[in-house]
Design a protein around this ligand. Structure first.
Ligand code: UDP
Length: 240
């Protein structure tokens, strides 16, 4: 395994809204750098959440470690520093998976349902990863005919999404957090499909189980205040 070996950080491959990705001297590994920058509504709203990068790096580490223990393969290798994570380099599949346990956000708006409605079972949705198109909702046929993912890959992604949801949901529930919904990204790696990106309060909705208080990026999206405190609270509970 590569974990014991020092890895050299090389040039930046990509800069996203919340992260930078760097090449390393090992072609199979990349380094993620987590920034404090925050965007919402397809980058129409921009800001910064102090300490967010450090928290998202640590929360993602804890979740990826939990998932690996549950038998889900992830891109996570190790956390290198407060803001850096060593990851396997995936060929990212341009189809994002969203899993929902409770109606919120775009589902409430699109389907005219009340935010907070508990779904009888988890619902999986696909979104095409495209900034110019605002990540549109798609179905299996779209993903297949445009060559974004095969039927086999979609089936595997769906099963993984449901397993990740079950695993995170139980873990969070025992720490007083309701997992409302979450977004996962997947990528190809040596013939397998691994979970990539990050799993954190930027990419999930977390509600306090007792009070219903929002402990995620909706505090930033909706100008609710207390954003940093909410992220800190999630880390504190997830670390328990
Ligand atoms: N999400 C994300 N990245 C995106 C869009 C959504 O991580 O580009 C997450 C979001 O944080 C939430 C879930 O996916 O946990 C469902 O988001 P929704 O479709 O309701 O979109 P939004 O409310 O962001 O418009």
């Amino acid at each position: 395994m590569t974990t014991g070996v020092a890895v050299q950080k090389r040039h930046m491959l990509y800069e996203g809204k919340a992260k930078q990705v760097f090449a390393t001297d090992n072609p199979e590994l990349v380094i993620f750098y987590f920034k404090d920058d925050a965007t919402a509504f397809n980058a129409k709203k921009r800001g910064s959440i102090e300490g967010k990068g450090v928290i998202n790096n640590r929360v993602s580490e804890l979740f990826f470690t939990l998932l690996e223990k549950a038998g889900v393969r992830t891109h996570f290798v190790k956390r290198l520093s407060e803001r850096e994570m060593l990851c396997r380099k995936l060929e990212i599949i341009p189809v994002e998976a969203v899993v929902r346990n409770i109606v919120a956000g775009s589902m409430a708006k699109r389907l005219g349902r009340a935010e907070g409605e508990v779904l009888p079972r988890p619902v999986v949705e696909w979104y095409y990863k495209s900034d110019p198109l605002d990540d549109p909702l798609i179905n299996d046929d779209h993903a297949q005919v445009f060559g974004w993912a095969s039927a086999e890959e979609l089936a595997k992604m769906r099963a993984l999404t449901l397993k990740i949801n079950d695993t995170l949901r139980a873990y969070l529930d025992s720490r007083g957090i309701t997992l409302v919904d979450a977004k996962f990204e997947f990528g190809r790696f040596n013939g397998d499909i691994l979970v990539g990106d990050e799993i954190c309060p930027d990419t999930c909705r977390f509600w306090d189980k007792a009070t219903g208080e929002k402990l995620d990026k909706d505090r930033f999206r909706r100008d609710l205040g207390g954003v940093e405190d909410a992220y800190q609270e999630v880390l504190k509970r997830v670390e328990q």
